[in-house]
Design a protein around this ligand. Structure first.
Ligand code: F6P
Length: 367
């Protein structure tokens, strides 16, 4: 019988992590009479054996709070753990996965729930190959995980961006400016596409559709002819110009995904200014998109995912991820979630709908 389960939150945080933790802890207490250990700061806590025992009291009052009461990290991979530096200052990595597994065994933990995006779920899969019973929970504001209709955190992030677009709208109109808003999303354009549609953006640029400045200019000129002397441009951080490359802000060697994108918003604003002679300003929303209270949708989704994850932790099938499909929470093999990134299909209905209401997606724009 499984009555000792552990949980950790890995990778970049996302609104709703606490909802999953609460769902797991409550289901453990109310239904499965199991003890839940929460490892601190993602896989770092598992490696260093730092944990807290979760109960009703310490998981109370957290549903509406952003962040994670357990802390997280996107740098502490047990299979590639930073051990120090060599003489030239380069980081030396080592495999400390046995140490992590020993910690689980010493505590008598029979299943490990990993809340994470593709980086953390890759690690979860590697642990499962070494015999750990793993359950995955799909998290990321980017919504780029396959095998689930939506990841939690995404809904809150797009609402945050939508609110920012609403605010920028009025100041753009007063000053007759182009407002470029850079949003997160890594190699996928989900945040830009959804928030751009919701926030009434005139132009949405995503990595999946390389952009052409002259096409964007057509849209902005068309608006001017209609008496609208301002425009809102939503740019995903991974957006690329035709024949161009993604704009990289930094490389973080010890991170599970070392590339940090950033800076494309200013690039687009400068190009538009040069091309059209219009005043352009850039807003980079950055980590604001990861903070704050989860939306109702994310609170409900995380509660359901947490309860289901606890069920799977006790009964199996292990090495699966809980997932939203349609209106149901189901289980899918972790492999399916991490096989490939879920990216926007340029021919999909939602992209066609965006174009149908006059949004320029950076490719051919018919005036
Ligand atoms: O994956 C979530 C995410 O917020 C991405 O959208 C973004 O590119 C990245 O993480 C930022 O990471 P960090 O918190 O390390 O700056």
């Amino acid at each position: 019988m499984i009555n000792r389960v552990a949980i950790l939150t890995g990778g970049g945080d996302a609104p709703g992590l606490n909802g999953v933790i609460r769902g797991v802890a409550r289901a453990a207490e109310n239904i499965y009479h199991a003890q839940v250990f929460g490892f601190m700061d993602g896989f770092k806590g598992l490696i260093e054996n730092k944990y807290m025992v979760l109960d009703r009291a310490n998981t109370s009052g957290i549903l509406h709070r952003g962040g994670t009461i357990l802390g997280t990290s996107n740098r502490d991979n047990p299979f590639r753990y930073p051990m120090g530096r060599d003489e030239e200052g380069r980081i030396i990595f080592g495999d400390v996965s046995d140490q992590a597994i020993n910690n689980l065994n010493r505590l008598g933990i029979q299943a490990l729930i990993v809340i994470g995006g593709d980086g953390s779920l890759h690690i979860a899969k590697q642990l499962s190959e070494k015999g750990v019973n793993v359950v995955g929970v799909p998290k990321t504001i980017d919504n780029d995980l396959d095998a689930t209709d939506q990841t939690f955190g995404f809904d809150t992030a797009i609402n945050t961006v939508m609110e920012a677009l609403d605010r920028l709208h009025t100041t753009a109109e007063s000053h007759h400016r182009i407002m470029v808003v850079e949003v997160m999303g890594r190699y996928a354009g989900w945040i830009a596409l959804h928030s751009g549609i919701a926030g009434g953006a005139d132009v949405i640029l995503i990595p999946e559709i390389p952009y052409d400045i002259s096409e964007i200019a057509k849209k902005i000129r068309q608006r001017s002819r209609m008496g609208k002397h301002f425009s809102l441009v939503t740019v995903a951080e991974g957006a690329v110009e035709k024949e161009g490359e993604m704009v990289v802000a930094a490389h973080i060697e010890e991170s599970t995904d070392p590339v940090r994108l950033g800076g494309v918003g200013q690039v687009v604003a400068d190009k538009l200014h040069k091309f059209m002679g219009l005043e352009s300003r850039t807003t980079v929303l950055g980590h604001l998109q990861r903070g704050g209270s989860p939306t109702a949708m994310d609170r409900i989704l995380t509660t359901r995912l947490g309860v289901k994850a606890m069920e799977v932790a006790t009964k199996g099938p292990w090495n699966h991820m809980v997932s939203l499909q349609g209106s149901e929470i189901v289980v899918v093999p972790i492999d399916k979630a991490i096989d490939s990134l879920k990216r926007v299909n340029p021919d999909s209905e939602i992209v066609r709908a965006a174009k149908a209401v006059g949004i320029c997606m950076g490719d051919r724009y018919d005036e």
